[in-house]
Design a protein around this ligand. Structure first.
Ligand SMILES: N=CN[C@@H](CCC(=O)O)C(=O)O
Ligand SMILES: [Mn+2]
Ligand SMILES: [Mn+2]
Length: 328
């Protein structure tokens, strides 16, 4: 069944107009707030789409520090005044909101919003929300034409954690195990790669689960600038083995000084230079279908550092789909 790329599904909460600093007219003054449209009817012609996932429920169930439901608003605010090197058109589709603790229903609604956006053939950026956002994104991707028609799905998680917990209820600690189980149901093995895994932040049980599932990972200690060739080789192999990429960015992959506004800040972390390079290369591959920005908790942020770091990664991803007109 083919979906009409001009027909998209409305989110729970309509998007609000974007505002920000304005230095004058013309492309030389272009900023994000100029480039964002809210009209779903214009979805087909956009270079990228945004959708927010206002959810704290996964972090609450995972015994973390709550506040991620306000992440989408903080990310939009941090993006609004960023300068654009060349014109892009971005659709803001609004937010899916997890209400009354019903995370599972929210993840399915998110999936239904994402599928037609993915079918436009341009990246969808999902603004979390706790990392439970990733399973909703997966549901959207699994329903997309590219995956249903046999495209090989690859999931790359930039994270200090595996998020492969075997808990009774879905949470921010379980999304990739949920994906693995869903893939098993359609006779597939989840092609799951993690960059930035912190040994002290994952029990031996989680490492064992990762090994049993055939997960490929690079520890944070191998993701510094001295490990650049290892990171590049890891990414090359990942990209060569898939056609459709789900990039999931848990901001706690970054050092705590760069990303203090997360439930579990990283004592070590992967440098911003590396994380940004990985994002840029994935976007430039032309295979990126969905990218989550997860775990931003504005209540815990310092000078909007984490929101700005997340926004910068989104900026790089959206402006790296084609040839950038300024050096990255
Ligand atoms: N999404 C976060 N997942 C981590 C949280 C760890 C923590 O709160 O310390 C996990 O479950 O391992
Ligand atoms: Mn994490
Ligand atoms: Mn995570």
């Amino acid at each position: 069944m083919r979906t009409d790329p001009t027909v998209v599904t409305a989110a729970d909460v309509a998007p609000e107009p974007w505002t920000g600093r304005d230095d004058g007219p013309g492309p030389e003054h272009l900023r994000w707030h100029h480039a964002v449209g809210l009209d779903l009817a214009g979805a087909a012609s956009c270079d990228a789409a945004l959708v927010g996932f206002r959810s704290d429920e996964g972090v609450r169930r995972n015994k973390g520090r709550q506040g991620a439901a306000n992440g989408p608003r903080a990310l939009r605010r941090a993006l609004a005044s960023m300068a654009l090197p060349s014109p892009v058109r971005v659709l803001d589709s609004g937010d899916v909101e997890v209400a009354d603790g019903d995370l599972e229903a929210g993840q399915h609604r998110l999936g239904r919003v994402i599928t037609p956006l993915v079918d436009r053939g341009r990246p969808v950026v999902v603004l979390g929300g706790g990392h439970e956002v990733a399973y909703g994104s997966y549901l959207g991707l699994a329903g997309s034409r590219a995956v249903r028609e046999g495209g090989r799905l690859g999931v790359l998680n930039l994270d200090a954690h595996f998020d492969l917990r075997e808990d009774a209820r879905p949470s921010s600690g379980t999304p990739f195990l949920q994906m693995a189980r869903s893939e098993e149901l359609r006779g597939q093995r989840l092609n799951y790669w993690v960059l930035g895994v912190s040994q002290p932040s994952n029990t031996e049980r989680l490492f064992r689960t990762a090994d049993e599932l055939g997960v490929r990972y690079l520890p944070d200690t191998e993701c510094g600038l001295l490990g650049l060739s290892r990171v590049d080789a890891f990414l090359d192999t990942f990209l060569a083995g898939c056609d459709v990429v789900h990039l999931s960015i848990d901001l706690d992959v970054l050092p705590a000084a760069v990303a203090p506004g997360v439930s579990a800040p990283a004592a070590y972390g992967v440098p911003m230079e590396i994380v940004e390079r990985v994002c840029t290369r994935v976007a430039a591959s032309g295979k990126l279908a969905v990218c989550d920005i997860a775990e931003l908790n504005p209540d815990l942020d310092v000078d909007d550092r984490t929101a700005r770091a997340g926004a910068r990664l989104i900026h790089r991803i959206v402006t790296s789909g084609g040839a950038p007109s300024r050096p990255a």
